[in-house]
Ligand binder design. Structure first.
Ligand code: PAF
Length: 283
């Protein structure tokens, strides 16, 4: 496994592979890798012949300074895990390397209104920061495939739209959420939970499953389902930002005829902001 920190070194290696018609798969991460990331790497191996993983804590997607400063960073453990997972190359740049003027991306893409919805309403600038770094990474790595998890479902749809808007020939591969045994979605932010909060945390997914099951069994009072679920989370000790029932393909407000529904939520538990979703397919 090679580890590089500069775009020049990254391009040197990836160009050699591309000249040999290798199929390059990118797994973008912010490090502090857990089972969810390793599932992305494992899927990446089935999509191409060379797996590149980036580790870059993107300051543009943090709204508060302390959040960025305290975001868990475990570079050595990450490298060990990626080596074990047979990653071919790890790209670990510093902030100035990624945000150098030299790699300014010349683009003129329409603003995606989805960036302001759901998590975007509560974290202004977050998705714009994600779009900025992912665009830069796509131009730096020039992958054939990029792998993203369903846990960040809104991010996944925003990136699919980004690829269409930029006209990039990159296949976006999506991987189901990895969960702990009790149902809690794997996330670096779970590290912020104390033992009591950790015991309560799976309740978030349980609520989403329960809402999804009611929808599947024909309940159509979506606004009521959302309000009741948020209220139950609040009573249990969460500080819910939203529980929302959306069309699974567009994340527009779900219509009763939507054949694919996403039930999404964001809720604080102590210092951790947890997000999760449950996807309901009817056909
Ligand atoms: O999902 C993440 O970890 C980040 O948002 C991403 C895609 C690596 C961009 O920084």
């Amino acid at each position: 496994m090679q580890t590089v920190t500069t775009v020049a070194a990254l391009r040197r290696q990836v160009s050699l592979w591309q000249a040999r018609a290798e199929r390059i798969v990118l797994v973008p991460t912010m490090g502090n890798l857990h089972a969810g990331h390793l599932a992305l790497v494992s899927r990446a191996h089935t999509c191409g012949s060379k797996v590149v993983c980036s580790i870059f804590v993107n300051s543009l997607q943090f709204d508060r300074e302390e959040d960025l400063a305290t975001y868990p960073r475990t570079p050595q453990e990450d490298l060990d895990a990626l080596q074990h997972a047979c990653t071919d190359l790890v790209f670990m740049p510093e902030h100035d390397e990624v945000y150098s003027e030299q790699y300014q991306v010349d683009r003129n893409i329409p603003e995606n209104p989805l960036c302001r919805e759901l998590c975007g309403r509560y974290r202004p600038g977050f998705f714009e920061g994600v779009v900025e770094v992912v665009t830069r990474l796509f131009h730096m790595v020039k992958p054939d495939v990029a792998v993203f998890g369903e846990k960040d479902y809104q991010q996944l749809l925003i990136i699919r739209q980004l690829v269409r808007d930029l006209g990039l020939d990159i296949h976006i591969e999506q991987v189901p959420t990895q969960r702990e045994e009790d149902g809690l979605a794997c996330s670096s932010r779970n590290a912020y939970l104390d033992p009591e909060q950790r015991a309560l945390a799976p309740r978030l997914y349980a609520e989403l499953v329960s809402v999804g099951q009611q929808i599947r069994s024909g309940v159509h009072t979506y606004t009521l389902l959302e309000t009741q679920a948020a209220h139950r989370l609040d009573q249990a000790g969460f500080r819910p930002e939203y529980v929302s029932i959306r069309d699974g393909n567009t994340l527009e407000v779900a219509q009763h005829e939507s054949g694919f529904i996403a039930v999404l939520a964001a809720a604080w538990l102590g210092k951790a902001r947890l997000i999760d979703n449950f996807l309901v397919r009817f056909r």
